[in-house]
Ligand binder design. Sequence first.
Ligand code: IPM
Ligand code: MG
Length: 365
Amino acid sequence: MAQTLFLLPGDGIGTEIMAEVEKLIAWTNAQGLTDFSTDRGLVGGCAYDAYGEAISEDDMAKALAADAVIFGAVGGPKWDKVPYEKRPEAGLLRLRKDLQLFANLRPAICYPALADASALKREIVEGLDILIVRELTGGVYFGEPKEITDLGNGQKRAVDTQVYETYEIDRICRVAFDLARTRGKKVHSADKKNVMKSGVLWDEVAHAVAADYADVKFEHILADNCAMQLVRNPKQFDVIVTDNLFGDILSDAAAMLTGSLGMLPSASLGAPDKATGKRKALYEPVHGSAPDIAGKGIANPIAMLASFARALRYSFGMVELANRLEAAIAGVLGEGLRTGDIAQDNRKTIGTEEMGAAILRKLAA
Ligand code: IPM
Ligand code: MG
């Protein structure tokens, strides 16, 4: 039986980069390497324009039923004034929450061919391979109350609530330690236990989990220091586990170390189903919808294609095909092919479709 992919290209460059994934799927299906059936939905500003919501109930149901969701990007200045609950980002947040995708894996890998595209010196980033494990369904993103109240005296009061329970910290830390075992065997847990009660609990639970993983080195780090260390000496890190908000910020910093936000994939995973062992999953590039370059055909499709490679690996166990796809990406970069965001030495750059086609050619070779 065909495996189902639900494609949500979203806004801005989302549609352009998703088109390259669709070409890839058409090819792997035609080769008999996969048997994917795909459906497409709307999320973000385009969904608001069509339905008045950041994602429709119908598309939510399809996302819940699919074997994996492949997500592009959402948002843009066009929707700056839509009501808060209907803003493009609300579609993504609802997907994360309703699919219970609590574990967000954000690798920051420096492709050797790109070490000079980083704002940091080559020796600081060359060979970099960090994994940020971000908690994705809790914390200040979803805590209640979350409101602005009018105090009636010309003042307003805004509240967001940072809240974590033991089980939420425990399960994300276990994901981080399990993954650390498959790589550098080191976990840093980042929080602000020096000012936040949620940080105190976070650290307590992280230490308790660490005790179950004697083979993995564990260190606590304050989140602000973590940000500083990421730009000072990023290669000291292997896996960093942190909450939703710190993870949002630290992963942007880590991503930029690698030369381009346009390169990095991410996977958001739920807990394995008790009966089938299957996880709900959504794969998306770390970068956003880049409205400034949308529609020009110049966006870098690599993060999107690399996100699809993660889907092959984590959701479908197609490790060999995932490796081949990642090798094809590294291969075209090694040959010097560049989109504008990773351009070097005034060399000629290529567009989204050319980059997608070059990767597909490499894969087929
Ligand atoms: C991310 C993004 C989202 C977040 C936005 C689009 C809601 O910045 O995935 O990092 O804050 O989580
Ligand atoms: Mg972010």
